[in-house]
Design a protein around this ligand. Structure first.
Ligand SMILES: Cc1cc2nc3c(=O)[nH]c(=O)nc-3n(C[C@H](O)[C@H](O)[C@H](O)COP(=O)(O)OP(=O)(O)OC[C@H]3O[C@@H](n4cnc5c(N)ncnc54)[C@H](O)[C@@H]3O)c2cc1C
Length: 329
């Protein structure tokens, strides 16, 4: 990644806008920040693209339909275009993992793992979320080959196949409903004896003839060769263990927001919901003025590329207005 050019960031020389995380939210924010003529620096700990790099075919992003009958762009190609677009508008990128963010008067200071400090007038947190893993044998091995964490993304690959869904909350019930429109052989397993999901949703699942619900059941192992072929289960009450045929296992054991950078600094005034997601107003501004959040890390009902990109655009637009106000423009 290029080092920052227009203005070397440092303690005495703050950038206008610091964006932490180069997933779809951060990359879109970088483009909009650049277009607003801000001095933008994006910090990314891995590679630009975030979770989008894992998307085989990004077929649900509006307009990404492929040219002349070709297939829509992959998540990797899409993210690469987002990055180039942001760079074309002047955003700079730097490799680095942010450990903490502090605000002193009107200046934010981000401390990086390698000991560097970057200062900025405004910050957008676009650090995303990670799916909670079950940590059972076969989960990692068959990820992308039958094991999935996103029904809207991967469900269409398993039309009329035998699909297991793991979980008992809103996401598991919602996604089981979605999958039941693609296959009449959906088995929803939950380790407890009732769902945690909202009542109306849980009732819809219980009445759905395409979903078989198995309570008091947990997965022990996912098996297969090239792809998933079976799942080993345990009845949590009787302790009986058995194996069932399976073509896919969709896991919805919750997600974990990547908020380490803000919680590490003891920024207790940054409000989060009960699951740790950052709460913002409609401008994507957190409870700390000048600190914005966008994408999967934000408390939002739907986590998708299109949502992350939209929120990134709003965050950058509103951050530009905030920066103007503190510069007295
Ligand atoms: C397997 C899979 C398939 C999916 N398929 C689809 C699909 O088909 N369609 C769809 O719309 N959505 C899909 N999604 C969801 C979509 O990818 C996410 O909603 C989207 O990527 C969220 O974007 P984001 O920018 O908010 O966060 P992320 O994409 O999570 O990006 C966050 C970035 O921040 C970086 N970061 C985190 N912490 C730090 C730190 N402290 N310092 C520096 N950098 C940091 C991370 O390395 C990461 O690159 C899928 C997700 C997965 C996992």
């Amino acid at each position: 990644m290029a080092t920052p050019g227009r203005l070397a960031p440092g303690i005495e020389n703050p950038v206008d806008l610091l964006i932490i995380g180069a997933g779809p939210a951060g990359l879109t924010a970088a483009q909009y920040g650049g277009r607003a003529n801000l001095n933008v620096l994006v910090l990314e700990q891995l590679a630009p693209g975030g979770q989008a790099l894992l998307i085989d075919v990004l077929e649900n992003y509006p307009g990404n339909v492929g040219i002349n009958g070709g297939q829509p762009k992959s998540g990797y190609e899409f993210a690469e275009d987002l990055r180039k677009q942001a760079e074309d508008f002047g955003a700079k990128f730097l490799s680095g993992s942010v450990l903490s963010i502090h605000k002193e008067e009107n200046i934010f200071r981000a401390a990086l793992k390698d000991g560097k400090n970057i200062t900025a007038l405004a910050v957008i947190i676009a650090t995303g979320a990670q799916h909670r893993k079950l940590d059972i044998p076969g989960e990692e091995e068959f990820s992308g080959r039958g094991v999935s964490y996103c029904a809207t993304c991967d469900g269409p690959f398993f039309k009329n196949k035998k699909i297991f869904v793991v979980g008992g909350g809103d996401a598991a019930c919602d996604e089981a409903q979605y999958l039941s429109r693609l296959s009449s052989k959906v088995v929803l397993i939950h380790r407890r004896d009732k769902f945690r999901a909202q009542k109306a949703l849980a009732e819809r699942v219980m009445k759905n003839p395409h979903i078989e619900v198995r309570f008091n059941t947990r997965p022990l192992e996912i098996n297969g060769e090239q792809k998933v072929t079976s799942i080993m289960l345990e009845n949590t009450v009787t302790k009986e263990q058995y194996t069932d045929d399976a073509d896919a296992v969709f896991i919805f054991a919750g997600t974990v927001p990547q908020t380490f950078a803000i919680t590490a600094a003891g920024n207790s005034c940054v409000k989060t919901d009960e699951n740790g997601y950052i709460i913002t107003d409609q401008n994507m501004e957190t409870s700390m003025p000048g600190l914005f959040a966008a994408g999967d890390v934000r408390a939002t009902p739907f986590r998708q590329v299109v949502v992350a990109a939209g929120e990134g655009a709003v965050a950058a637009h509103c951050a530009a207005a905030y920066i103007d106000s503190i510069k007295g423009n």
